[in-house]
Design a protein around this ligand. Structure first.
Ligand SMILES: *Cc1c(COP(=O)(O)O)cnc(C)c1O
Length: 228
């Protein structure tokens, strides 16, 4: 973990940018791997599936890691029928891409809990992907989120088209940054998070202004593909 933190620092320094937050993407990793990183000081963890996150929460309950204030981020596509569970389990949902989901998450967030932090997932350049809102629809979605007291609009998340050459993703990152700046100008300082960059392209994302990078492989090693 200290290797990757060092590499993030170096990439930020080289680009003249602030050091981004590290989101440890723990999908397919067992609770022991999560606990080990947590005990080393990592607080933010990203999961793709509600079910898998629920199982990890249950497995970590009562362990030393559960005493640490871990922050769980949903970074996988969220179906509306899982919104209630997601609103209860996660501190952040990074994949809000439609008004129906905004309403469902707001309705189900426990009023006694802190507001749910929300990022709008924008389909920044991948015409084929069904996930993420169109860039031109982000302002209206942002207004809908900002109007919900149980939600807190924090920014944007993007997953550019996976070109073999990560350098080809740079224009998508730059476009996301421009959209993020416009959102921050409209909604103020609470909008502070631009989530972009993964193991093979975080340096480019940081150079284009990422404030949070989502790292799995470079932190945990290659994922073992689950059966089925
Ligand atoms: C898996 C995943 C990551 C991490 O990918 P790595 O290449 O392993 O770093 C980041 N973001 C999302 C949305 C993911 O699904």
């Amino acid at each position: 973990m200290h290797d990757i933190l060092h590499q993030l620092q170096r990439a930020a320094h080289d680009a003249g940018r602030p050091v981004p937050r590290l989101l440890a993407v723990s999908k397919t990793q067992g609770e022991t791997a999560v606990a080990n990183l947590a005990l080393m000081g990592q607080t933010a963890f990203g999961e793709n599936y509600v079910q898998e996150a629920a199982a990890k929460h249950a497995a970590l309950a009562g362990t030393a890691a559960a005493e640490l204030a871990l922050e769980w981020h949903l970074i996988g596509h969220l179906q509306s029928n899982k919104a209630a569970q997601a609103a209860a389990l996660f501190d952040w949902v990074q994949t809000v891409d439609r008004a129906k989901l905004v309403a469902a998450l707001a309705r189900h967030r426990d009023p006694r809990a802190a507001p749910l932090n929300v990022l709008i997932q924008v389909n920044i350049d991948d015409e084929a992907s069904k996930h993420g809102c169109r860039p031109e629809d982000a302002p209206a979605l942002a207004a809908a989120i900002a109007a919900e007291p149980r939600l807190r609009l924090r920014g944007l998340m993007v997953i550019p088209t996976p070109h073999d050459d990560p350098a080809l993703r740079r224009p998508a990152f730059a476009k996301a940054r421009a959209l993020f700046d416009a959102l921050a100008a409209e909604h103020g300082a609470a909008v502070d998070t631009l989530s972009m960059g993964m193991s093979d392209d975080y340096a480019i994302a940081i150079a284009e202004g990422a404030t949070m990078v989502r790292i799995g492989t470079a932190l945990f090693g290659a994922r073992v593909r689950a059966a089925g």
